[in-house]
Design a protein around this ligand. Structure first.
Ligand code: AMP
Ligand code: ZN
Length: 112
């Protein structure tokens, strides 16, 4: 399988791991859009949010538990934003489910 995030999870591509547990890893984004920009990535290869199944329910909860732990570790007391892009219209470029976690500044205008 040709998946850059699976390669990162397997350790075949180096990355800065901000957080890791049995279910997810978090790495610094290669092309940061905010002073703090990480990707929280479930270790299971799921292409996009549309492919999440009932058996992944706990896994998705683990993503948000990880976010809380990262926020505590990095002292993101002023908050953060989590974004998921799913599919072409959202501009998803890596077809392995991931959640952008942005922080470190006032994130300003938003869509919703
Ligand atoms: P998306 O557009 O939601 O699919 O986001 C994919 C993100 O992955 C982009 O923000 C890229 O900068 C980031 N990215 C791609 N390859 C790597 C990599 N090897 N290490 C860290 N981030 C990456
Ligand atoms: Zn993958």
């Amino acid at each position: 399988m040709d998946c850059v995030f699976c390669e990162i999870i397997n350790g075949n591509i180096p990355s800065t791991r901000v957080y890791e547990d049995e279910f997810v890893i978090a790495i610094n984004d290669l092309n940061p859009q905010a002073p703090v920009h990480m990707l929280i990535i479930p270790k299971k290869h799921i292409e996009c949010a549309n492919d999440i199944s009932a058996e992944d329910t706990e896994l998705i909860g683990r993503v948000f538990l990880a976010a809380g732990k990262i926020a505590e570790k990095l002292n993101l007391k002023d908050g953060y934003r989590i974004i998921n892009n799913c599919g072409k219209n959202a501009g998803q470029t890596v077809m392995h489910l991931h959640f952008h976690m942005l922080a470190g500044t006032n994130l300003g205008e938003k869509l919703v």
